[in-house]
Design a protein around this ligand. Structure first.
Ligand SMILES: Nc1nc2c(ncn2[C@@H]2O[C@H](COP(=O)(O)OP(=O)(O)OP(=O)(O)O)[C@@H](O)[C@H]2O)c(=O)[nH]1
Ligand SMILES: [Zn+2]
Length: 398
């Protein structure tokens, strides 16, 4: 685990390196900044799910025992529940637990008061056909789910629908952090459902003091985006462009009634070494910098670095960016990272590393994927490519 003070966590699992600031890992992004619009329009490496086992034996053994959690987020009424229902009725050989929750809402203190004994915060379980289960957990703790598993037996898979106004970042981090602490659960991926008809309005909604709106955060941290309700819209070009300008690294799949090949959303392993990052140039790579024509305040910047990199130096760059709050854009606004991914070749025989980050927490994983050059994908706001590039070079040359 990677956090300003992570010693206690590395004792728990020395093979892992998840890093996050420890003061308040559940709500790491408390910055409120002035409102503005900025984005980079550029498409960069996608995280492509790999269904072949490329993790090492330990990694596989590890995730075999643990239950994957896919977080399903999206604005009010975008089609999250429709997606869950669809997954439950599709043919699959999994015993899936669906959890509707009020995760990540309210203060932790309030929640622990509400949890009561043994985290019994769930409502009635509904037994569905094909062995699936459904419930509503009114807790923001992993404990409640673990208690459920103790009572109901282990599931193969958990789908967790956040409320439409939730910021999925902290929710995702809960599972991620909890994995470090020996939980039975691990975060597989974040799926964001976008309402094609109202997305542009949602993404542009202003919040007091320039806070980021939920729709932006939901798109920014997505591993896969469903552009849903496409039957209601004639021209998808604008909304698709705006989504990709915000998060250039997540595949955007157009859907009606959230119908999607479930292989595209389950078992992504988006947060471990089994995710493959493919580096493919796209037309967006050639868009001029500094001439944004889309009205988004969150964007993606991709930095590339030739040849093998020294991880400890790259880590200095990440920590400067994520924790030290020393990186600004040209107008002096603090860079705020919502999601980060990197593919980092090291001098052989050191393995290639994948770095995954949500807000200010990041983790590294070894991958068997090969690459010559490093790629760093940053999604957030107030990201100025030239300034970020300079900080990266400073760190690499230190
Ligand atoms: N026309 C159309 N309607 C859809 C589509 N997908 C879902 N809906 C409808 O949109 C409404 C909201 O869908 P839900 O799945 O409940 O949305 P949700 O994201 O779970 O909503 P909340 O939980 O309230 O945030 C329902 O009436 C769905 O039937 C679609 O692709 N096209
Ligand atoms: Zn719903």
């Amino acid at each position: 685990m990677n956090a300003p003070s992570s010693a206690s966590h590395s004792e728990v699992d020395p093979s892992s390196s998840l890093v996050a600031p420890m003061e308040d890992p559940v709500h790491p992004d408390a910055q409120e900044e002035e409102n503005d619009d900025e984005e980079e329009e550029e498409v960069c490496p996608d995280l492509v799910p790999s269904f072949s086992a490329i993790a090492d034996k330990d990694g596989l053994a590890n995730s075999a025992q643990k239950v994957p959690v896919t977080v399903i987020t999206g604005y009010l009424g975008s089609g999250k529940t429709t997606l869950l229902n669809y997954v439950l009725t599709e043919e699959h050989n999994k015993k899936i637990a669906v959890i509707l929750n009020e995760f990540g809402e309210g203060a932790i203190e309030e929640k622990s008061l509400a949890v009561g004994n043994e985290g019994q915060l769930y409502e009635e379980w509904l037994e569905l056909r094909n062995g699936c289960l459904c419930c509503s957990v009114k807790d923001n703790g992993v404990k409640a789910i673990e208690t459920l598993m103790e009572r109901k037996g282990k599931f193969d898979y958990i789908l967790l629908e956040t409320t439409g106004l939730a910021d999925p970042g902290p929710v995702a981090s809960i599972f991620w952090m909890d994995e470090e602490l020996g939980s039975d659960l691990y975060l597989d991926g974040v799926i964001t459902v976008v309402d094609a008809k109202y997305a542009l309005a949602h993404l542009r909604e202003e919040r007091p003091q320039g806070a980021l709106n939920e729709a932006l955060k939901q798109v920014a941290v997505a591993d896969v985006i469903l552009l849903n309700k496409t039957d209601l819209v004639d021209n998808l070009q604008d909304v698709r462009q705006e989504i990709q300008a915000i998060n250039a690294s997540a595949p955007v799949v157009e859907t009606v009634k959230s119908r999607i090949d479930i292989n595209l959303i389950l078992d992504l392993h988006a947060y471990d070494g089994r995710a493959q990052m493919s580096v493919r140039p796209t037309k967006f790579d050639y868009v001029e910098n500094g001439t944004p024509h889309l009205d988004a305040s969150v964007g993606t910047v991709t930095l590339r670095q030739r040849g093998p990199m020294i991880w400890s130096k790259l880590e200095v760059f990440f920590q400067t960016l994520l924790w030290e709050e020393k990186v600004y854009d040209v107008e002096g606004r603090l860079a705020q990272i919502l999601r980060l991914k990197a593919l980092v070749p090291q001098e052989p025989p050191l393995p290639v590393l994948i770095v995954q980050g949500v807000h200010d927490t990041y983790d590294t994983y070894e991958t068997s994927q090969q690459c010559q050059d490093g790629t760093i994908v940053l999604i957030g706001r107030h990201l100025d490519r030239d300034i970020l590039e300079r900080h990266l070079q400073e760190a690499m040359n230190s």
